[in-house]
Design a protein around this ligand. Structure first.
Ligand code: NAG
Ligand code: NAG
Ligand code: NAG
Ligand code: NAG
Ligand code: NAG
Ligand code: NAG
Ligand code: NAG
Length: 411
């Protein structure tokens, strides 16, 4: 290759690079996870593609696909629903109504575990199998973005390895190259935790934040029944009673940690849960303060009629319970964490409501973060049982819709 051709190529590469980073006006993201299995909930709880509201999200993410631990290709987890009943296609067709919508597919989730991902990223030919099959899949079903939900690289307690940290960086770089060589503007994002030791073990933060379009910070599940006491799970700030490892487990400190480890604010999307974590207290316990011990033989609170899982309730199951004072739920406010909790008899619930979600939106704008993400749209009050339909999602939209993410100063 002669010198002038090399120069020309260099200039072209530079030009492409400039347009990628100098995306002028970046609107605040509204990232909506869509868990496909919520279609199986009974009655009013059943949530399908038809229930996804128009015009409220900028990014919709189909959760989940998996990895095949033999062929290392992507794997469809519910072929009957996803393919035979046409759910993938119905989902991506939502883009016909709004061409600005980014339709993503997420791989992973808690249930998929760690081991297969650790093994898949460990070898070049396995990464290639996965990436090739993913590109083919995304073209076939018309997805425009990919979200990596591996929970978590480097998690030794779940069979992750110390090599995961480097390998996950290589994997996303190769994925970016593959998407680029398709001539596509497909996005790559990743759902990530905020626990410092987990980040140190498995996350090459600078590289991830360079290569990825956005980082979805999972600032929820920060207190659960396994902790042995009742508390809210998405406090915005540290509270006086947070001791030891709990001191930094709040939204503000989690985002600050990502920035401190080298991620720019305009890549960080703040997670907001549309569900509560629930606890069962001991029978004779009338102390409902945050931090009160729970009945550890039972752990989580009673399952909801619709979501049917011990330990969590959808926002719509909570708002319907607390809205009628004669039902006997007492609602309290965590003054420092800026989130509500409620209790009745032995049941204790930490959650988010319209007030706490608005406070989080103000926080995102004040800090210049990239937007808001929710797990998940099927847990909002999508039937309007307590008032406006999709009340919490509307707050995300009202705030992010006319918010422009500040860009870092040019160097
Ligand atoms: C995984 O891949 C293997 C090898 O190609 C194949 O035999 C198997 O059916 C796949 N498993 C699933 C669940 O798709
Ligand atoms: C899509 O984005 C463009 C540019 O930001 C905007 O002008 C247009 O109104 C958007 N379309 C819809 C349907 O939101
Ligand atoms: C970890 O790997 C071992 C041995 O392969 C297996 O028995 C165990 O179930 C795995 N644990 C998890 C959490 O995947
Ligand atoms: C904990 O819950 C179990 C099961 O409901 C019950 O039998 C037990 O009495 C409870 N323990 C306390 C201390 O309340
Ligand atoms: C209630 O429980 C909290 C948290 O364990 C504790 O700090 C507080 O002292 C308790 N209050 C009473 C009156 O026992
Ligand atoms: C509140 O609950 C009571 C008793 O269950 C019921 O009679 C009443 O109609 C409810 N009120 C509203 C506004 O739902
Ligand atoms: C954004 O829209 C909301 C209502 O949707 C309004 O209250 C607020 O003033 C607007 N902010 C800006 C910066 O335009």
């Amino acid at each position: 290759m002669n010198i002038s051709l090399k120069l020309l190529l260099l200039c072209l590469t530079a030009a492409v690079f400039v347009t990628r980073t100098a995306a002028t006006e970046q609107q605040g993201r509204i990232v909506c996870y869509f868990p496909s299995w919520s279609i199986y909930r009974p009655g009013l709880g059943s949530y399908g593609v038809e229930n996804i509201p128009d015009g409220l999200c900028t990014h919709l993410i189909y959760a989940f696909i998996g990895v095949n631990g033999t062929s290392w290709e992507m794997m469809i987890l519910d072929p009957e629903l996803d393919v035979e009943k046409g759910n993938f296609r119905k989902f991506t067709q939502l883009r016909q109504k709004n061409p600005n919508l980014t339709m993503q597919v997420a791989v992973g989730g808690w249930g998929e575990g760690v081991w297969k991902y650790s093994q898949m990223v460990a070898k070049p030919e396995r990464r290639q199998s996965f990436i090739n099959s993913l590109v083919k899949f995304m073209k076939e079903y018309d997805f425009h973005g990919f979200d990596l939900d591996w929970e978590y690289p480097g998690a030794a307690d779940r069979n992750g390895t110390s090599a995961d940290k480097e390998n996950v960086g290589t994997f996303v770089q190769e994925l970016r190259k593959a998407f680029d060589s398709e001539g596509s503007d497909w996005e790559i994002t990743m759902a990530v935790p905020i626990v410092k030791s987990t980040l140190k073990k498995g996350y090459p933060i600078k590289k991830l934040c360079e290569v990825l379009d956005a980082i979805h910070v999972m600032t929820y599940d920060l207190r659960m029944a396994a902790d042995g006491f009742a508390d809210v799970h998405s406090p915005l700030y540290r509270r006086d009673h947070d001791k030891g490892k709990y001191k930094k487990l709040n939204v503000h400190d989690g985002l600050a940690l990502w920035q401190k480890l080298g991620c720019p604010a305009n890549k960080l999307v703040v997670g907001v849960p549309f569900y509560g974590h629930t606890f069962t207290l001991n029978n004779d316990d009338k102390n409902y303060s945050m931090g009160t011990p729970i009945n550890t033989t039972v752990g989580g609170g009673d399952p909801g009629v619709y979501t049917r899982e011990r330990g969590t309730l959808a926002y719509y199951e909570i708002c319907t319970a607390v809205q009628n004072a004669s039902d006997g739920w007492t609602v309290q406010w965590d003054d420092q964490g800026m989130v509500p909790y409620t209790y009745k008899d032995t049941q204790w619930v930490g959650y988010e409501n319209e007030k706490s979600v608005q406070i989080k939106m103000d926080f995102i704008k004040e800090k210049g973060y990239a937007g808001a993400m929710t797990w998940a749209i099927d847990l909002d009050d999508f039937n309007g049982l307590c008032g406006e339909k999709n009340a919490l999602l509307h707050i995300l939209h009202n705030n992010m819709n006319n918010y422009t993410v500040p860009q870092p100063a040019a160097k």
